[in-house]
Design a protein around this ligand. Sequence first.
Ligand code: DOR
Length: 450
Amino acid sequence: MLIRHAQVVLPTETIATSVLVENGKIAAVDAAIHTQADEIIDAAGLHLIPGVVDDQVHFREPGLTHKEDLTTATRACAKGGVTTFLEMPNTNPTTTSVAALHDKLALAANKCLVNYGFYIGATTSNVSELKAARRTPGIKIFIGSSTGNMLVDEQAALEAIFAETSLPICAHCEDETTVRANSAKFADTHDVADHSRIRDHQAAVIATRRAIELAHRHGHRFHVLHVSTADEVPLLVDHRGLITAEVCPHHLFFNVDDYARLGTLVQMNPSLKTSADCRGLWQALQDGLIQVIATDHAPHTLEEKKLPYSPGHGGSPSGLPAVENSLALLLNQVNQGRCTLQQVVHWMCDAPARVWDIMNKGRIEPGYDADLVLVDLNKTATIRNEEQETKNRWSPWHGETLTGWPVRTWVMGQEVFRADSSGSRINSQVRGQEATFDHARGGYWSTTSP
Ligand code: DOR
């Protein structure tokens, strides 16, 4: 396959060139390619970018498939330009043993339309499993409770994980002691705005500081998931090449004022913070203190989300779906002049591939996998619940009109999604591959910036 006439986002520059794909790989990037190809795609007026690598999603299979499953979730990925995902262990059963990890990989091989990888989750007593695990990007710790019962916040357990394991670690950082003390103050609340008072700035700062201190003391690579406050940003200054961090679209685009309009639809953990925090998080991306944008796609049914807010007593769960709109949300920002397409590709493709040592992903370069997305920076469309591929067909961005959309997605050279004047189609026959991790690469700071 030869893609011609696109503006191609390469690691260091965006230029008009041609990309030749052979056997699922990028074979050449050269404006002067004049070869016979089975398929020649004229992409004039469009930009070609590497597929998005979303390093934090919850796809609910096995066990919670009324919320989402690997088929619906990866259809949403294909449409959203996400060609590789790394999924979290809070399924049922949890992915906290090598056997459960291998079961999930086997399930994924049959079902996923895009490439896949799965974290192994920490418990208070599974260090031997964490040490034995291969075929995984790394270890996930919930240093702060969220969906699922996976809290690990005893100091001794955390010390053992950081001391005895060698896989990279990431964590959900909200301090449980702070959250419990705040919860007691709002014991009978049904006001979802209290979610941000319970899971407040201090909860985030204390837990992020604690985890980074552990990482530094043990010399262990560590990735801070979903940073939600500007107050955490100074903690992310890294002089030793151990720490990376990520932010989610919802913490960039929503703030506490949105509870009035969206209620529990924008209840998530960590909670929404203020508009000043949103600005601080944008600045941290621009300054390179946060390297990755990932979604934390965490779907629940609309019926579940519309339960009254009632923390600790059931009630509305935390989390929202996002994989099918995250790229478009950022392309819209490119159009508004807030960032460049080159930066978006860094934050959503190259940086996560480097953080997790993923082989051959995140760049358009000969030898890399042909996970590719054509984007139309001039296309304007409105997000509609009824058009969502995610199982429960709702989005917190319903009704928002964005300019800049993925219009064609390839996974390992196979076309999995296409939108044109005759509508949009997903090829459900396509299967992604298991992502491979070369942890000897040493992560983001050990690999070269373009
Ligand atoms: O809001 C959230 N929901 N945050 C998480 O960390 C977990 C997620 C879920 O799995 O529902």
